[in-house]
Design a protein around this ligand. Structure first.
Ligand code: ADP
Ligand code: MG
Length: 258
């Protein structure tokens, strides 16, 4: 079956507006104080388009994770503003910010963070259950089909390979139909074949389900799955490329001294 014809598209495709999915304006982040201050981000302004796959690349320590954490409301900037759709999130109180993350954002991290006592199927819908929301069965089924987990849903995480566990985590991130999915080095703990499967799933989530994905990676092969690649260097956006090959990404990374 073709997902795009059997299901209504994701929110991303139905809004019909040009509002970016997420938007950082003049975002600066300092860690520590006094002589020990580290400027992790320096006046970053960037808009992330809906319904597209954006990769954030850069050398180790360039501020990739920090930028992701600011955009996803996991931490607050020292200066600047962050918008999720029309919502300015840096001024929200902690409780509202927690709710917003739960209701509107999906997360995939390098470590899968699955609950070991629950099956894959239970893990996938757990955040929605906690939020008191009813999973949309057709949507969850479409994700499970796209991620290729059909026969494994009754298995516990310990009975699954690393690649399968990360696909469960990815399905969990998409289960609530979030406006945006943030992934920080999602292939970091996977072998190259499992990594390629996960990246293929994220690509399909964008192409077939209308999702918006923003992924931090230091791997040019992973970045090549994206529509747009932002390059960070020393806490600033140094450049960007549209639909680059892995070779293009690697060549540019060499100019950054990575
Ligand atoms: P990347 O993800 O590109 O490797 P990070 O965003 O993790 O980079 O880090 C950017 C800079 O901020 C680095 O110099 C890092 O050491 C520093 N940094 C990150 N998180 C913290 C923290 N919690 N406390 C102090 N310094 C931090
Ligand atoms: Mg990082």
């Amino acid at each position: 079956m073709t997902l795009s014809t059997t299901l209504t598209p994701g929110r991303a495709a139905t809004t019909g507006t040009t509002t970016p999915a997420a938007y950082a304006v003049g975002v600066t982040k300092h860690y520590g104080t006094g002589d020990a201050t580290v400027a992790a981000l320096d006046d970053v302004t960037v808009a992330l388009d809906r319904g597209r796959f954006t990769a954030i690349m850069g050398p180790s320590g360039s501020g990739k994770s920090t930028l992701l954490h600011m955009l996803a409301g996991l931490d607050r900037p020292t200066a600047g503003e962050v918008y999720l759709g029309d919502t300015e999130i840096t001024s929200l109180r902690d409780k509202r910010l927690t709710q917003l993350r739960r209701d509107r954002i999906g997360f995939i991290f390098q470590s899968f963070n699955l609950l070991p006592t629950m099956t894959a199927a239970e893990n996938i819908v757990l955040p929605m259950r906690i939020a008191g929301r009813r999973p949309d069965a057709a949507w969850v089924a479409s994700i499970v089909e796209t991620v290729g987990l059909g026969g494994r849903l009754g298995h516990r995480p310990t009975e699954l390979s690393g690649g399968q566990q990360q696909r469960v985590a990815a399905a969990r991130a998409l289960a609530s139909r979030p406006e945006i999915v943030f992934a920080d080095e999602p292939t970091g703990a996977l072998d190259s074949r499992s990594g390629a499967e996960l990246l293929g799933f994220l690509r399909s989530a964008v192409d077939q389900l209308g999702q918006t994905v923003v992924m931090v990676t230091h791997d040019p092969n992973a970045a090549a799955y994206a529509d747009r690649v932002l390059f960070l260097a020393d806490g600033r956006i140094a450049d960007e490329r549209h639909a680059p090959s892995a070779e293009d990404v690697l060549d540019y990374m060499k100019t950054l001294g990575a």
